[in-house]
Ligand binder design. Structure first.
Ligand code: ADP
Ligand code: ADP
Length: 235
C-alpha cells in the first residue's frame, strides 16, 4: 500500500484489562498525525505498541494487524523496528554524556565505526534541529548544560540520526516554555519533508498548527479521525 503505517483491528491488553479497542488507522508518508484525548485513554499505549516498547511489559498482549512501511509487524525484529520508528518523550531524556555522544551512541549501536562519518552525521543532525548555531563548537560539553527546549531538540536529533521512517512524539512540548514550543513546532513542519510523524498533544491549537490529520481517542477507541482543518473548522 502507499501507507507508511497500516493498523487494522488492533486490540491491546495488560493482563486481562483491555486498553485499546478495535483501532483502525492508516497513515501516509510525510504527514503529521495528532492524537488527542483525555489522560488515560490509551494514546501512549498506542505509540508504545507501534515501536514494540509494550513488549517489554510481560503482561502485554495484542491482536490485530500492523504494517510498517509495507512490512508486517511480526516480521520486523525489535532492533530493526526501533531504527525505523524513533520516539521522543514528554520529558527530554538525554543520556548523561556529551551532546556529541548523545547522537553518536545510536549510530554506534547500529554498527557505524567510521568516526569521520559519525562526526558528519552529528553535525548535520544538530543543524537539522537548529541546535548547531546555538551551541557552536561546544558539542563536547554535557547535554545537561542545555536548556529544556534544547535538550528536547537534542533528543529529536538523536532519534533522526539513525534515519528512521517514523517519529513518535509523546507530548514533546508539554514541559516547555512557549518559545521552545514554537521552535519544536517549526521543526516538526520541517521534519515532515523526510519523516512520518505521530504526535500526542493536549493542545488543540498545537494540533491545528502542526498536523495534517487528527485522531480523537476516548476510552481506548478512536472516536473521530480525519483531516485536521476539516475537523476543527467544522466540528
Ligand atoms: P494516555 O497516554 O492516553 O494518557 P496511557 O496509554 O498511558 O494513556 O494509559 C492507558 C491505560 O493503560 C491507563 O489506564 C494506564 O494505567 C494503563 N497502562 C499503561 N501502561 C500500563 C502497563 N504497563 N500495565 C498496566 N496498565 C497500563
Ligand atoms: P505517562 O504519564 O508519561 O504516559 P505513566 O505514568 O502513565 O507515563 O506510565 C509510566 C510507566 O508506568 C509506563 O511504563 C507505563 O507503561 C507504566 N504504567 C502506567 N500505568 C500502569 C499501570 N496501571 N500498571 C502498571 N504499569 C503502568
Amino acid at each position: 500500500s502507499e501507507n507508511m503505517i497500516d493498523v487494522k483491528n488492533l486490540n491491546t491488553y495488560f493482563n486481562s484489562t483491555q486498553i485499546l479497542k478495535n483501532i483502525n488507522i492508516n497513515i501516509k508518508p510525510n504527514t503529521v498525525t495528532a492524537l488527542i484525548g483525555p489522560s488515560g485513554c490509551g494514546k501512549s499505549t498506542f505509540l508504545r505498541t507501534l515501536n514494540k516498547m509494550n513488549n517489554l511489559t510481560h503482561t502485554f498482549k495484542m491482536t490485530g494487524e500492523i504494517t510498517i512501511d509495507n512490512e508486517p509487524f511480526e516480521n520486523i525484529d525489535d532492533v530493526a523496528l526501533r531504527k525505523k520508528v524513533g520516539m521522543v518523550f514528554q520529558k527530554a531524556n538525554p543520556f548523561p554524556k556529551s551532546i556529541y555522544e548523545n547522537i553518536a551512541y545510536g549510530l554506534r549501536i547500529h554498527g557505524m565505526k567510521d568516526e569521520d562519518k559519525i562526526n558528519d552525521i552529528v553535525i548535520k543532525t544538530l543543524k537539522d534541529v537548529a541546535l548547531y548555531d546555538e551551541i557552536k563548537d561546544d558539542i563536547h560539553r554535557s547535554a545537561y548544560k542545555l536548556s529544556g527546549g534544547q535538550q528536547q531538540r537534542l533528543c529529536i536529533a538523536r532519534s533522526i540520526a539513525v534515519s528512521p521512517k517514523i517519529i513518535l512524539m509523546d507530548e514533546p512540548c508539554s514541559a516547555l516554555d512557549p518559545i521552545s514550543t514554537l521552535k519544536i513546532e517549526d521543526l516538526i513542519y520541517e521534519l515532515k519533508k523526510d519523516y512520518t510523524i505521530i504526535i500526542v498533544t493536549h493542545n488543540m491549537q498545537q494540533a491545528t498548527r502542526v498536523s495534517d490529520n487528527t485522531a480523537f481517542f476516548l476510552n481506548g477507541e478512536i472516536i473521530e479521525i480525519g483531516d485536521t482543518n476539516e475537523i476543527f473548522l467544522h466540528p
